[in-house]
Design a protein around this ligand. Sequence first.
Ligand code: GDP
Ligand code: MG
Length: 187
Amino acid sequence: PRGANAISNANERNHHAHIPECNIALLGLRGSGKSALTVKFLTKRFISEYDPNLEDTYASEEVVDHIPVMVKVMDTADQDGPVACERYLYWAHAFMVIYSIDNKRSFEGCQLYLDVLSRHIKESRHDYPVLLLGNKLDIERYRQVSKTEGLSLATTYGCFFHEVSACQDFEAVQMVFHEAVRQVRRE
Ligand code: GDP
Ligand code: MG
């Protein structure tokens, strides 16, 4: 993929840093835009074609509220809903559950992930932050999931909610990743 060089450069730059880590796992059905959001956050660029089977973890040294943090992002690549969840459940400090606002099925898929996460939170007795994100806000004209529905699902599971676009402004995408860091710090 075209974004890979920029990502590995970022990894090399961060290789020797000794600062607190914040591990964020991106979950959601295929096609919701997890890889596009990951690449946007890491490189400020929108990559429209990304290998749908590629699952990897990337690192970026960030400064959130004037405090440095090593943000690690696991861009998961489940085929069709949650399987073998241990790989991120026991790794992540925060979870982003992502759907595409133009795809009702991707929204329904979020419920599966939110159920897995709420069970994990109950069992581990640790209140890991969960952020529900509606992606592809730029194609609002094809919207199938209203903002109210998104907000309502987030309220049911007690999580943060925001709508974003991987191909519009970087600041909004950066904001949700930084919000995840803030919520982890509050734990
Ligand atoms: P993933 O399977 O969740 O990793 O999804 P991808 O990041 O591979 O994105 C799936 C498809 O949606 C690709 O064709 C992307 O170009 C497209 N896509 C991702 N994010 C956006 C977005 O914010 N807006 C639009 N219009 N397309 C997007
Ligand atoms: Mg992907």
